[in-house]
Write a protein that binds this ligand. Structure first.
Ligand code: ZN
Length: 58
């Protein structure tokens, strides 16, 4: 154990309005793609096209 804890936050900009169930599916897809990357915690945020999330470079 090396004390590292890898946290990844992903911002997904949606190109259309997804239903909640569709968003859940998208999250599952992303999670399964990343599951071998030794990431302990993945946070996935969805943003609408006009939504400002507060990050300068997002
Ligand atoms: Zn963002």
């Amino acid at each position: 154990m090396d004390g590292e804890y890898n946290i990844l936050t992903i911002h997904l900009r949606l190109d259309k309005d997804y239903k909640l169930s569709e968003q859940a599916e998208l999250k599952e897809t992303v999670r399964s793609k990343l599951k071998d990357e030794s990431i302990d915690h993945i946070t996935i945020e969805f943003e609408g096209q006009d939504e400002k999330c507060g990050l300068e470079d997002c």
